[in-house]
Unconditional design. Sequence first.
Length: 236
Amino acid sequence: MGPLLKMTLAAGLIVTTTQAFAHGDVAPQPVDTAALPDLEEEWPEENPFREAGGGVYVEAIEIGASGYNQNCARCHGLEVVSGGLAPDLRYLSADWEGDEWYVERFVNGYSQNGVTKMPAFGELLGGKAAWAIRSYVETRPDDGALDEFADRLGEIRDDLKTKAEAVADGTEMSDFEDEITALREELDGIAGQVPSGSGAKLTDSPASRAVAMLDGSPDSLTKATETLTVGLSAAE
Ligand code: HEC
């Protein structure tokens, strides 16, 4: 290949990546909110999924996690831990004041001297996606919130892993029933003690996720083990 052709190709590549990047920066990614109940009002004063509580809140957190990762994480940070590009959203209080400010920014975005620093998401993603993302953001654990439980969570993880391996080797799941029930209760207790940054009553942590997974099936042992492993390495 001659030098001229090489240069042309390289230039072409640069143009393409820049375009892709600029495009990726402004195009909001749709969020699938079909599993969530419809809202009476799109922009109520407070997070309607927090108010609904229970399974609706948990579902909203899960959907919000993926909506957040696709639309917000590149500026506000993975797991909502800001790297400094944009404010840390974990500390917006989980009440009407925090919600009001959240909606203001979500709907209008933010521009400074004609430069868009944050795109407006309101019309493109809508209220259901906004509140699902809000639910995820407000239930993040506070900085270091898992530290005091990390050793015990590591032990529980190892215990579940050993049980998963034993079951794979032919041990009956029912042999472990009582032990798993006890571990599940302990995890639930830990989950209830992990503080959120926003003051929300529920904190979405590896402990709470593992509790939700442990449904008594052999598969759930492996899944809970993985969830704890990933959560503990992220918390380090
Ligand atoms: C291109 C970068 C970018 C993206 C993408 C982005 N934001 Fe922002 N966001 C910012 C910046 C910069 C600010 C600070 C604006 C200011 O000074 O008030 C901000 C501010 C905010 C605030 C106000 C926070 C505070 O403490 O004042 C909220 C809430 C917010 N963003 C939510 C979101 C959500 C939710 C998403 C995803 C749907 C998102 N942002 C996507 C850059 C971004």
